[in-house]
Design a protein around this ligand. Structure first.
Ligand code: SF4
Length: 66
């Protein structure tokens, strides 16, 4: 699974990096910024889903990979 942030939608509420701090960090204006290449390790799957489900702007995108 891969996580990304749609910066056109992100309004900086910060729920993503509160819920999934290993995957997303705040940038200098508080918007979500993916850590590294966005690859979600197995032990971070639940946090990734929580971040997706709790973003008020629907800006957290999860994509399944082969
Ligand atoms: S929760 Fe959504 S709107 Fe808030 S910082 Fe994260 S991606 Fe942006």
């Amino acid at each position: 699974m891969r996580i990304s942030i749609d910066l056109e939608r992100c309004e900086g509420h910060g729920r993503c990096y509160s819920l999934a701090p290993a995957l997303v960090e705040p940038d200098d204006i508080g918007n979500g910024c993916v850590v590294g290449d966005g690859n979600v390790p197995p032990d971070q799957m639940d946090n990734a889903r929580q971040a997706e489900a709790n973003c008020p702007e629907r800006a957290v995108i999860l994509e399944e990979q082969d």
